[in-house]
Design a protein around this ligand. Structure first.
Ligand code: PGA
Length: 247
């Protein structure tokens, strides 16, 4: 049985004050049985981590450097994130891939550094609308997964979380239907099963892209959807908790 994981990706939103209010709101509510995690902007990690101490809600970063230490201006190392209280690190979010030209290869190296440091990488993969319309969704998610597997072997996926996020559904209000999402989740798990059945069975595969309290229940009822990576709806404590409760 895979424990559902509901992770909030706050992206570059909020202020110190609004972040404090959001964490207080989440702490005050009913979380349900899912594992919850929040990924605040890096400057707020230590503050949020301190506030979450003892709550069981995990902390995650939105990215991680592919190098250990040194002259990499603007980057944050995995050991710094660990020290700040992070358990998770998102890698390969489509905004990083599209807006900051992060290649499959760079994402795989960021993944490797996170995993080697004891962070759980949340590897984001997903196709654009154009790719979906061309019928190459499976080829795209395969390529994004293979970049990691070829560098590090399949067993490392067993220590990670996969987030399937169709790019056309992110921040657009256009959610994948539960059937569309399940089809890709099932494909990902089957592909992993051809390499290592144990890893395929164990790995949590989250759905991301306009998930909200109204559509979460149906998405999360699908056999291969093990949770959500939530953007917009994670910025409202009540919505985030409601998604957690439907998991
Ligand atoms: P969204 O973002 O829920 O706002 O669509 C999801 C994500 O980008 O992780």
């Amino acid at each position: 049985m895979r424990t559902p994981l509901i992770a909030g990706n706050w992206k570059m939103n909020g202020s110190l004050q609004s972040v404090i209010e959001l964490v207080e709101g989440i702490k005050a509510g009913e979380a349900g049985k899912a594992q919850l995690a929040v990924c605040p902007p890096a400057v707020y990690l230590m503050k949020v981590g301190g506030m979450l101490d003892g709550t069981g809600i995990a902390l995650g970063a939105q990215n991680v450097c592919d190098r250990e230490t040194g002259a990499f201006t603007g980057e944050i190392s995995a050991s710094m994130l660990k020290e700040s209280g992070c358990q998770y690190a998102i890698v390969g979010h489509s905004e990083r891939r599209a807006l900051y030209q992060e290649s499959d290869e760079l994402v795989a190296r960021r993944f490797a550094m996170a995993a080697a440091s004891g962070l759980v990488p949340i590897l984001c993969i997903g196709e654009t609308l154009e790719q979906r319309e061309k019928g190459v969704t499976e080829a795209v998610v395969s390529r994004q997964l293979d970049a990691v597997i070829e560098q590090q072997g399949v067993s490392v996926i067993g220590q990670a979380v996969i987030a399937y996020e169709p790019v056309w559904a992110i921040g657009t209000g256009k959610v994948a239907t539960p059937e569309q999402a399940q089809a890709v989740h099932g494909f990902i798990r089957e592909k992993l099963a051809t390499l290592d059945a144990g890893v395929a069975d164990k790995v949590q595969i989250l759905y991301g892209g306009s998930m909200n309290p109204a559509n979460a229940g149906e998405l999360l009822s699908k056999p291969d959807i093990d949770g959500g990576l939530i953007g917009g709806a994670s910025l409202k404590a009540a919505d985030f908790l409601a998604i957690g409760q439907s998991a």
